[in-house]
Design a protein around this ligand. Structure first.
Ligand code: BG6
Length: 508
């Protein structure tokens, strides 16, 4: 785990302050699958503050007991540690509460303030608050405005004895203009240091390890540039479809859902310069510089987009995107994106970064592959036989690890050369599976450490890159959708794009 310094002034230890976590959208899918298990596991690992309470805020009427029971069921189903630890749960559930209200009801927020004050007296939580907005994006400004109006957000300059922080789920905006508008609205009530824009990829151990790998080892950094790297391929492949998220996906599409945030984070971490320190702003400054150096896209060279039709994934017949629940049967929303990105700075001039992300691909796998230039074509490259290039593959998930492909002599007198893999696997080396991303991120927010959250200019910059593509796609709906069968590696245009450069996609 990287020990990163804390951002807020005056906090010099990693001791946690007491606090109350309020989850807006507490009956939603994300709370059940991710947030409830994350809080439970933090508690089990002794990583919650000793004085802590969690309040679920949602619109449906429910008792505290019913809410606890639902959380228990979700934890039983989705937690990385199972079955639920009954003696621990007995104590833990007494810290869980439910608050029913509409998101725009003044009366509901008044009751919330009173309730949180009562919890402060009972649980000694000292007025510290985290508000987790796991709701549809249209509610972000309303909730923040109401929290502020009802004295639930404190001005950090005026109040130094207690703090309030807001975690905002993605997507932060829908394009450049809406992200700017959202930022303008929330900045009326919150200082930047109080805003935690979550991208759960940053909470993944393997994503954090990119920085350690690059900057705590001296051998790779000198090779990490246009002189030695031929290309970089970043893949975020999923075998699942869109499940019950038809409404959401019809609004967002894959570019907004995965590329604008997760892929851009991976790209910036791989491409950034060494930061001057591990301070949150120092790291984020370098990431923003990468985004600023990305060559703008033109209509002539747009991203490749795709949408899955019916097919077979892992031998099981699955429906096409247009047949999924809550999806328009004529939808031109993309479920696959491929692109060639160029970073016009000294380190990366001329090195293509190929990005590929999609739903209903043959398997789940997130990988960053740095592919090095060929060895000179003498000695072992004679007789027209080309050796494989060296590849450094960072497997983000599953089977987290790092592999290096090198060429090796096969034993025996005839000396054929064969590529082999040096492979480091987290699971077998450390003997444990890494904690869930949400555990780390909620914990960091409790500490006031925003290193692993997106800063406003990162988000803005990433939208600036992608908004022209979104506009172009909106003006020219895809005519050939669906253009790849579920269970394949995407449309042929993605292969053609990379083949034009004399390269091909890696096989995962
Ligand atoms: C989410 C997207 O942010 O990330 C989903 O909304 C996607 O569509 C998910 O499936 C992938 O996350 P992970 O951690 O499974 O790679």
């Amino acid at each position: 785990m990287i020990e990163l310094p804390l951002e807020e002034e005056g906090r010099s230890t990693r001791n946690l302050d007491p606090c109350i976590l309020v989850i807006f959208g507490a009956t939603g899918d994300l709370t059940g699958r991710k947030l409830a298990p994350a809080i439970y596991n933090l508690g089990k690992d002794g990583m919650l503050p000793s004085n802590f309470a969690c309040v679920g805020f949602a619109r449906r009427p429910k008792t505290h007991e019913a809410f606890r029971e639902e959380m228990k069921q979700d934890i039983n189903e989705f937690s990385r540690t199972k079955p639920i630890d009954e003696p621990f749960w007995k104590n833990f559930e007494s810290q869980l509460f439910y608050h029913q209200s509409e998101f725009d009801s003044d009366e509901g927020y008044e009751r919330l303030r009173e309730f949180l004050d009562q919890l402060d007296s009972r649980h000694a939580t000292r007025g510290n608050r985290i508000y987790y907005l796991s709701v549809q994006p249209k509610f972000f400004p309303i909730i923040i405005e109401k929290l502020s109006k009802h004295g639930l957000i404190y001005n950090p300059k005026e109040e130094t004895n207690r703090w309030s922080r807001v975690i905002i789920e993605k997507p932060f905006g829908h394009d450049s203009a809406s992200a700017a508008e959202l930022q303008q609205n929330i900045a009326k009530h919150l200082a930047e240091s109080q805003i935690y824009r979550i991208d759960h990829y940053l909470g993944k151990e393997t994503v954090q390890n990119i920085l350690v790998f690059r900057f705590a080892n001296s051998i790779f950094e000198s090779l990490w540039n246009y002189k030695h790297v031929d290309q970089v391929q970043i893949t975020v492949a999923e075998d699942i479809g869109i499940g019950t998220r038809g409404h959401f996906f019809e609004e967002e599409g894959l570019l907004r859902d995965v590329v604008q945030n997760h892929m851009m984070q991976l790209l910036t971490l791989v491409a950034m310069e060494p930061p001057v320190s591990l301070n949150a702003d120092a790291i984020r400054d370098e990431k923003v510089k990468v985004l600023k150096a990305i060559r703008p896209f033109t209509k002539e060279k747009p991203f490749v987009r795709g949408q899955y039709g019916p097919g077979f994934v892992n031998g099981v017949k699955v429906a096409g995107y247009r047949e999924e629940q809550d999806v328009n049967p004529q939808s031109s929303v993309e479920t696959f994106v491929a692109a060639k990105v160029l970073i016009d700075n000294w380190r990366w001039a001329g090195v293509p970064f190929y990005l590929r992300a999609g739903k209903r691909l043959p398997k789940k796998g997130t990988e960053i592959a740095v592919i090095f230039k060929d060895a000179p074509g003498v000695l072992f490259n004679l007789q027209g036989r080309k050796n494989d290039p060296n590849v450094l593959a960072i497997r983000i998930q599953p089977d987290e690890g790092i592999a290096m492909k090198i060429n090796c002599k096969v034993p025996g007198p005839s000396s054929p050369i064969q590529p082999v893999k040096m492979d480091f696997r987290y699971g077998s080396y450390f003997g444990q599976s890494p904690p869930e991303a949400y555990e780390r991120l909620i914990w960091d927010c409790m500490l006031g450490d925003s290193t692993l959250f997106a800063r406003v200019d990162e988000v803005e910059q990433s939208w600036n890159i992608l908004t022209p593509i979104l506009k172009h796609w909106a003006e020219q709906p895809a005519k050939n959708f669906p253009n790849y069968p579920a269970g394949s590696w995407g449309p042929k245009e993605a292969d053609e794009m990379i083949a034009k450069d004399g390269r091909s996609w890696r096989i995962l």
